[in-house]
Write a protein of this length. Structure first.
Length: 116
């Protein structure tokens, strides 16, 4: 067993809302990390679309879909459930965003690196 390794903080807890946003997280991914709150739980996903492996925020566009619920890929319009990360609309239905484990420490949000 290894100790968990925290990366970050990548944002303050108060910056996380039900509207998904991209935060820089160089130690995790050059493309950044999508962070969103749903059902009082903070969730994070890699900012990489499983369709063509592009950034979901291609050309610095928002990753919030117009319905106010889903995460949007701005390349070909795929939409992802913000709880499961599963694509529910678009060219990669059924594919999943890569989820990341998060931990809140003193009002800051960290990503928990996989066991080493
Ligand atoms: S790269 Fe995201 S839908 Fe095509």
């Amino acid at each position: 067993m290894t100790d968990e390794v925290l990366v970050g903080p990548i944002c303050r807890r108060q910056e996380v809302t039900e509207v998904p946003k991209v935060f820089a997280a160089e130690e995790i991914a050059r493309t950044g990390v999508i962070v969103v709150e749903k059902n009082n739980t903070v969730r994070a996903f890699e900012n990489v679309c499983p369709h063509a492996f592009a950034r979901l925020d291609f050309a610095n566009t928002p990753v919030a879909a117009l319905d106010g619920y889903h995460i949007l890929c701005n390349v070909h319009g795929a939409q992802f459930d913000p709880v499961s990360g599963v694509c529910t609309l678009g060219p990669c239905v059924g594919a999943k965003l890569t989820s990341l484990k998060v931990k809140e420490v003193e009002h800051d949000i960290y990503i928990v690196k996989r066991d080493v």
